[in-house]
Write a protein that binds this ligand. Structure first.
Ligand code: ZN
Length: 243
């Protein structure tokens, strides 16, 4: 899962969906906080369930590791609000999160790109650059990333990079042994592909399949909390509209 962004309603709906499917391990590709109204509650759930997580660009700013200088005005306002709300322990937890993490020999997880949590993988060119970094680094040929909030897949075979965006669709993808993959599950707490449902994926290591999932959640409750918290009104609106 990725990009929870303090949306507790979306996070709990995704976790209960996952719990029905005999999953061995849950991992998170960063941005637990930012934008929405439940930063502490979201971090607490991640910590309670021992979900391995990498640091996202919003996590870093909310924890005070960096200033949100390059953020747009609404995102920056939400970061400053979040910083004020976060408990000492939860800030410290965010500060300890790694930039990249190998999940056994199976796959690698990152937030933005292999280089930085601020960089986006959103074109075949940016994917090609990151496949190059994966080659240089060795190890797994499969990497999961977030940050764009857009579900999709980039595959490389030889020199050819192909990207497929899967907006609002639930589908299974069979992974081929010779290819390398960069895969984005989409966002739990702020989907941007026009589908308001929370997004995540299940990777089946035995069957070598990746299944893109969507889950409905209590959107009205999440929206109301954003408004009540005094966060920018457009952050509530974008949840309702899926952007
Ligand atoms: Zn994000």
């Amino acid at each position: 899962m990725s990009d929870i962004h303090s949306n507790l309603e979306a996070l709990t709906a995704v976790l209960s969906d996952i719990d029905e499917q005999s999953v061995d391990e849950i991992v998170c590709l960063g941005d637990i906080v930012g934008y929405n109204a439940d930063p502490n509650e979201s971090i607490t759930l991640i910590r309670e369930r021992n979900i391995k997580t990498v640091i996202g660009n919003h996590d870093s700013r909310a924890a005070g590791l960096q200033e949100p200088a390059n953020f747009n005005a609404k995102a920056r306002e939400a970061i400053l609000w979040t910083r004020n709300k976060l408990s000492f322990e939860n800030k410290n937890f965010l500060r300890t999160l790694p930039l990249t993490l190998d999940i056994g020999d199976d796959f690698l997880i990152i937030h933005g790109s292999l280089d930085s949590y601020d960089e986006y993988i959103y074109t075949e060119e940016t994917a090609a650059w990151n496949f190059g970094l994966m080659n240089k680094r060795g190890g797994s040929k499969l990497c999961f990333f977030g940050h764009t909030h857009m579900p999709g897949v980039y595959a490389v075979n030889g020199d050819i990079v192909v990207g497929v965006r899967g907006e609002g669709k639930e589908y299974d993808l069979n992974l081929r042994a010779l290819s390398m993959y960069l895969i984005n599950p989409g966002s739990v707490g702020q989907p941007r592909d026009g589908d308001t449902r929370a997004a995540y994926i299940i990777y089946d290591t035995d069957k070598a399949t990746v299944s893109f999932k969507r889950v409905s959640y209590d959107l009205n409750e999440a929206v109301e909390k954003v408004s009540k918290a005094g966060l920018p009104a457009s952050l509530a609106r974008r949840l309702k509209e899926g952007w």
